[in-house]
Every structure is written in C-alpha cells, then in structure tokens.
Design a protein around this ligand. Structure first.
Ligand SMILES: [Zn+2]
Length: 86
C-alpha cells in the first residue's frame, strides 16, 4: 500500500489513474448515501476524498502501482495513452 502522506507527484499519478478511461477507479464506499453518483474519489496528499457534496468519506489507502502512470500507462488496452479530461 501507498503510505500516507502522498506526495504531489503521487497525487497527480493517482488522479491520472482516476481519469483514465480503461482503469477501475477508486470510488466512495459510502455511495449508498448518494446512489446517483458513484463518488469517483479525488486524491489529495492526505488521502482520497469523495467529491459528492455532503459526503465526508476519506480513504487512506491506494495501491502503489496506481500512483505511477509510467508503470501502468503501457497497459492501456487501446494503446492510445489517452487520459480523459486531461
Ligand atoms: Zn461519497
């Protein structure tokens, strides 16, 4: 697991993971509170935060590999390297 606090570089890598179209994003585990929004978590240096208004879910863990685009980018099944929203 990726030890907290996360560096700015790790945060950037994690958010690239979240934005990539073919990866399985980290999502809020309290999304039963907001069933219309999956709560795609946003990385900050102190952990993942749910972007849904009123939801205070924070997740303290991430897989190390997901913080390193240079490690996972090549696994893009479409080989586009495309990051949605970037
Ligand atoms: Zn949430």
């Amino acid at each position: 697991m990726l030890e907290l606090p996360w560096t700015e570089k790790q945060v950037d890598g994690l958010n690239q993971w979240q934005a990539a179209s073919w990866t399985e994003s980290y999502t809020c585990e309290e999304r039963s509170r907001h069933p219309l929004d999956p709560g795609i978590l946003v990385a900050r240096t102190d952990g993942w935060h749910c972007p849904v208004e009123g939801c205070t879910y924070v997740q303290k863990w991430a897989l190390v590999v997901t913080a390193h685009p240079e490690w996972w980018m090549y696994q893009d099944p479409n080989k586009t390297g495309a990051i949605s929203g970037a």
